[in-house]
Design a protein around this ligand. Structure first.
Ligand code: COA
Length: 377
């Protein structure tokens, strides 16, 4: 008799050489390289190359890859027009999903001799950032900012998001966040991407499925919920009572808990420190301090550790990013992991088609409508 594992906990659903998590030790590696090393020394472009192609790029390869991304940043006019036509009250994640879904309809043909999946992955990775920034500019009533032809992905994204020269610490914080969120094994959105790719649907379909999965508050949507909680708390001295109230009502404290980690998530170490630095530079440590207090209380009362979404919230807020843009920013990064997994899935594909344990009734007779009407009357 098959045993159902609720939420597929601990079920191993694929062989993968991309990302490894050792939950008990709080260890995370991309292609065998410790996330702490990447956080300190890499860039989003280099990390994406590593995830897609399996090893760190040579200097010329990195230059080429960076240029390839930059050359694909510009959105087709039709996509800008589409975003303008969508309802102004639409949530940014819904705008993003809709615009990304339309992207391939206006993409130029894949050049001869190019791997079509890598070409499409490069295009959607470059343009995800442009779409998020364009959505923000358009809802502010501005023209989207022309994508810079030069500069890192992090810097270009901030230029397009806010217009003008971004602050140096903000660029570093964005690059760090992009690296840390780039991949995380078979998280829900990546699994959605792999399931879609395993039907031999194209990478664009896989990315749209992944964006849908990312949007929920138990996954990527948690960073927005965290910030709303910090805003409700308002002061570090109010944190304890607020958390106690949530726990007494058996509610989740967003940004805490993880299916795999049983100790500190190594990404949190970097985001916590970045949250402090950004707060200090901006002369407002309130969000960092509330976060610290919430962390202490949740640790004391529930023995739960913060996850990647917890300190990314105060980082993004200190950078001036609107709260409902936090999850789209997550997508700007995670696209690199989704694409890596789609490439890996295609390279050794088998349809992903699990079974369900049937728990419904059996041998139920079909009762004709006349009989049901008679019984109801
Ligand atoms: C991440 C998460 C979805 C993992 O879920 P999971 O592995 O299915 O774990 P469960 O939701 O079954 O939680 C197991 C237990 O811990 C508790 N728990 C887990 N996360 C919690 C949280 N954030 N706040 C309060 N309690 C939590 C659950 O209530 C449950 O307790 P119980 O056994 O007494 O009922 C879950 O921790 C969560 O919902 N966190 C908040 C959302 C979030 O931050 N998501 C981003 C993840 S990166």
């Amino acid at each position: 008799m098959p045993l159902t594992k609720a939420g597929l906990e601990d079920v191993v659903a694929a062989n993968s050489a991309i990302c490894d998590i050792i939950g008990g030790e709080g260890k995370l590696t991309y292609r065998g390289i410790d996330i702490h090393e990447l956080a300190l020394h890499s860039s989003f472009e280099e990390t994406t190359y590593l995830l897609w192609f399996g090893s760190l790029p040579a200097e010329a390869s990195l230059r080429q890859f960076t240029a390839d991304l930059a050359a694909r940043r510009r959105l087709p006019d039709e996509i800008i027009a589409l975003v303008r036509r969508l309802p102004s009250h639409a949530r940014p994640m819904d705008l993003l999903r809709t615009a990304v879904s339309a992207l391939p309809l206006y993409a130029p043909p894949v050049p001869q001799g190019t791997d079509p999946t890598v070409e499409r992955a490069t295009r959607v990775t470059a343009q995800m950032a442009t779409i998020v920034a364009a959505c923000e500019q358009i809802r502010r009533g501005h023209e989207p900012v022309e994508p810079p032809r030069e500069g890192s992905h992090a810097e270009s994204f901030l230029r397009m998001l806010f217009g003008g020269e971004p602050d140096r610490l903000a660029v570093r914080a964005m690059d760090l966040a992009l690296i840390l969120h780039a991949d995380h094994e078979l998280n829900a959105s990546t699994f959605a991407a792999r399931v879609t790719a395993a039907t031999l649907a194209d990478i664009d379909a896989a990315v749209v499925a992944a964006i849908g999965a990312l949007s929920g508050p138990l996954h990527g949507g948690a960073n927005e919920q965290v910030m709303r909680m910090l805003q409700e708390i308002g002061e570090p001295s109010e944190a304890e009572a607020h958390v106690a109230e949530l726990l007494a009502a058996h509610k989740k404290v967003y940004g805490f808990g993880h299916r795999v980690y049983r100790t500190e998530d190594p990404r949190v170490t970097h985001l916590r420190e970045m949250s402090r630095r950004l707060g200090q530079q901006g002369g407002d440590l309130r969000w960092y301090e509330i976060s610290r207090r919430v962390e202490e209380v949740v640790q004391e009362r529930k023995h739960l550790y913060p996850n990647v979404d917890f300190y990314s919230a105060s980082c993004y807020f200190s950078m001036g990013i609107p709260v409902d843009m936090f999850t789209p920013v997550f997508a700007v990064s995670r696209i690199s992991g989704w694409a890596a997994h789609v490439l890996e899935q295609y390279a050794d594909n088998r349809l992903i088609r699990p079974r369900a344990e049937y728990v419904g009734e059996r041998d139920v007779p079909y009762r004709p409508m006349a009989e049901r009407v008679r019984a109801a009357g």
